[in-house]
Write a protein that binds this ligand. Sequence first.
Ligand code: TXA
Ligand code: MG
Length: 309
Amino acid sequence: MPVDAQATAARCAEAARILRNGGIVALPTETVYGLAANALDEAAVARVFRVKGRPLAHPLIVHLSDVSAVEQWAARVPDAAVRLAEQFWPGPLTLILPKTAMVPFSVTGGQESVGLRVPSHPLALAVLRAFGGGIAAPSANRYGAVSPTTAEHVRRDLGDEVDLILDGGPCVVGVESTIVSLMDAHPIILRPGGVTREAIEDVLGCAVPVTQASATRVPGQVDTHYAPRAAVILLPRAALEAHASELRTQGHHVRILSPQDVAPMALFASLRRADDDGVDVILAAIEHETGLGLAVADRLRKAAAPRDR
Ligand code: TXA
Ligand code: MG
């Protein structure tokens, strides 16, 4: 094994050891960095909620090393779930399924359902395999803030409060997983993300609405999420320049996000960079709402939503 690969394998083994001992570890996934704990260790899970500052009713996704582990965590796996898992795992898709008795309510926010996902990042998979169980992991940012897409983002947000930060480079997808609920008669998308709606509809052969109106309660779908410190205003692209000039004459430090800045892989880093640069108003346009553009539009709208903090 080359030296680098050996060092990485050792870091992953170390991460797995920390998780077994009840610690918490920030690890890379293909979507965003996650803040990981043993999903069956309620004290470790409680620490994740504390470090994030996240309300306890807001459920965590459980990450698994492969699809064969699903039956330990899900009491019922409908045919649609099997087909989606076959097509998109490992990858940026989370399936909401009825939980088994083993799954702690502290992980599911008190609900009878659990979110499951097999990530594709090689380091996430290496940690999952070395650990050998389910890893509960929300995005590794403070509650309501912008998700981290590099290890440096995590270091700056959570630094000393985690036992280890595994650096796996910048996240290649850049927006969180698509969440599909299979709790109702018809599948629905609860959060657009790294697997497109079109691809999901292709596999299932039916329309899959994006909605939060489900028989299942979806805590955590608060409006103010993914928000940088700067205010975010969305306008048609053609109107951005004029609005920026007006705000500048009022003394604001304004930044217009380019189409490249709002590409899925760049979006969260662009929002963070604006904060680092002391920008107080970010102006952006929703370019399109097809493919990954749907997830970008969702995150931008949440960043632009009225804030209660
Ligand atoms: O890509 C991702 O999904 C990343 C990486 C780390 O895997 N994780 C992530 O976790 O985005 P988090 O905690 O930031 O967002 C998880 C979302 C929340 O909106 C939560 O409400 C929803 O998943 N969720 C989790 N379990 C659920 C459940 N049982 N029912 C409905 N929604 C659920
Ligand atoms: Mg999050």
